[in-house]
Write a protein that binds this ligand. Structure first.
Ligand SMILES: [Zn+2]
Length: 161
């Protein structure tokens, strides 16, 4: 069986998503569970406990990011609040999207989830100011680069300009 780079994503992205699916990312909530920190509040919204489904789907910061990216790609997906977890939403979005768009959808979801995680890390460890505008621009840049590198599903999904 042939698996393209597009389907696999980068190694780091795949490892991150695999850990996220197992709830093994070091979110504030998981750190607190292991006695590592007492500050379990999400750094991006300062409103709720940071656990992986909050960070990737429930957080108002993440929702604005997803909305902008999915609108940019003109992808129609089920609302995130119709399901309980990020991965349930992803599965539903893939199931309900036309087969011709599925590859591009999976790529853009991989890219965006990874970018939210990296942005969160930059805010925590590098003192970056959270910005959905900056994050969306960097996801768009990455998507264009990835499309140029041969990700056909993605190239068919994102705008040419
Ligand atoms: Zn949040």
């Amino acid at each position: 069986m042939e698996a393209s780079m597009e389907e696999l994503g980068t190694y780091q992205q795949q490892v991150f998503l695999w850990l996220a699916s197992l709830d093994r990312c070091w979110t504030a909530e998981r750190r607190a569970r292991h006695g590592l920190t007492h500050d379990a509040v999400c750094i991006l919204c300062h409103q709720e406990t940071e656990f992986i489904d909050h960070l990737l789907a429930g957080c108002v910061f993440a929702r604005v990011t997803w909305h902008k990216i999915l609108a940019w790609c003109r992808l129609v997906t089920p609302p995130m609040d119709s399901v309980t977890t990020f991965f349930a939403w992803w599965a539903l979005a893939a199931d309900t999207s036309p087969s011709g768009l599925r590859k591009g959808l999976n790529s853009i979801i991989t890219l965006t989830a990874w970018a939210i995680w990296k942005h969160r890390n930059a805010v925590i460890f590098d003192g970056l100011h959270p910005s959905t505008d900056d994050l969306v621009l960097s996801i768009q840049d990455d998507a264009r680069l990835w499309a140029k590198a041969g990700a056909k599903g993605l190239a068919a999904t994102i705008p040419v300009t």
